[in-house]
Design a protein around this ligand. Sequence first.
Ligand code: HEM
Ligand SMILES: [Cu+2]
Length: 560
Amino acid sequence: MSTTAEANTTATENGQSVHPQRKWQDYFGFSTDHKVIGIQYLVTAFFFYFIGGALAEVMRTELSTPDPDFVQPEFYNQLLTMHGTIMLFLWIIPAGAGFANYLIPLMIGAEDMAFPRLNAVAFWMIPPAGILLMSSFYNGAPQAGWTSYPPLSLVSGKSGEEIWILSLLLLGASSIFGAINFLTTILLMRMPEMDIHSMPLFCWSMLATSGLILLGTPVLAAALILLSFDLIAGTAFFNPSGGGDPIVYQHMFWFYSHPAVYIMILPFFGVISEVLPVHARKPIFGYRAIAYSSLAISFLGLIVWAHHMFSSGTPGWLRMFFMATTMIIAVPTGIKVFSWCATLWGGKLDLNSALLFGVGFLSSFLIGGLSGVMVASVPFDIHVHDTYFIVAHFHYVLFGGSVFGLFAAVYHWFPKMTGRMVNETWGRLHFAMTFIGFNITFLPMHQLGLQGMNRRIALYDPQFQTLNMVCTIGSYILALSTFPFIINVVWSLLKGKKASRNPWRALTLEWQTSSPPIIENFEEEPVLWAGPYEYGIDEESIDGDEDLDEMLAAVSSEGQ
Ligand code: HEM
Ligand SMILES: [Cu+2]
């Protein structure tokens, strides 16, 4: 590890040795410590979340009336494009990478990532890319949506479009560097006693995520580079007026961007597999099923992309293929959801903020998954394509899935990261407002979509006004819900109760070191005295390779 030079222990007056902690300045510089980088990712991601959220509130305010009276349609298109891009590429993906950075080495008993310097480079590409993207507002932001389909992207907001491409190329490269690190670290740097089947499920989910990043992102980069040639150099790869084929762009774009939804959700699947067993005091149900289903989701995720193109003139037989593969993805996903429910079932639930967000994740993601199976069906998709049904669907997946999982992670690991406990009252209030606001905002959009309200428009038919007003009010509740969160974080950092090493009595290794961990992670070699989720099981019943039913029988006979 490259930062251990200054990490030696120092002696205090009474002869006890203490480990120096990081100084606040370290968080603003080029640090190679994975924990610092993890926090840097998270803070940066939150910064952009607030910007992306503010843009959404402006859109929702505009949509409270049928006429474009609050912002002009052209500006609405810019807001829409920037909101989508920021939320995906500067909020969810970096936040997932933040937790991965912070947690992976601690969970596998390593001192740092495999390539600490590459890790720092990966992070430091994000702030410039984000600032670059924001700067496009000065000269007209991109307007073609986060999908940036040609020919629209070749004729609208051109300078913004070029900046958008450059920014995404930087973010894509950053994401690839991160994935190289996660894969290598998980595969090669586990402590010797930890075989791949005793590592925490979060690591499995990051294996699956990193594989997708490495396979998908280069294809997006290729598409964007060709698009930039069309835009700047007058080539016609995708430009129909010069004989190019815009459908090829759609294939290349979705070859990355469908897997990208798994890049955004798999890390939080991993989080949920960590959070539920600890706060339900039960072993995870179906460790291998959850681990392997992550890999299955990754594999299937690579062969479903054209379900975004059912109405792009895709031939019938191809539509059937993509419809079938898409529906098959529901199987590994369903396995996970059932396993999580079975984990909660009969557990001693401690309904703290972390678990509440975990359960919120389960219920919201379930709705997003079910509407996903609906739109996988070609006839239904043709009907709701480009309507608010789609907006409802992907917000249930991304907000209800990723964001709820993300907050579960924040509440779960806050004590580890900061050494302070969160305030549960503010945390629960945050959850209640988020959950209520989220459902009021996005549930009515299903109905709007079924009735035919188009997405990506600033003006709409007056018959849709009432439901739109409901959505807008919900979005204001969502906006307000961030206040209890911010108050909680600031208050807890300053005044929160000091956290012990292992306030949740959890079994994964990150809880064996101090809170926050010392610079080299562990004072002494961590001990793998149990599997990661063997809650409520007496030591005798642990023989390393125990049958799940026996384990569960042991738990239930003990607990009742
Ligand atoms: C703060 C709560 C949020 C609100 C009120 C909100 C609202 C909206 C609205 C009004 C649109 C435009 C719909 C249209 O005109 O077609 C939109 C689009 C979108 N949102 Fe959100 N959103 C929120 C959070 C999120 C989050 C957390 C994510 C992702 C993690 C996200 C991802 C997207 C994407 C990808 C689009 C599509 C952009 C496009 O069509 O190019 N949103 N959102
Ligand atoms: Cu998809």
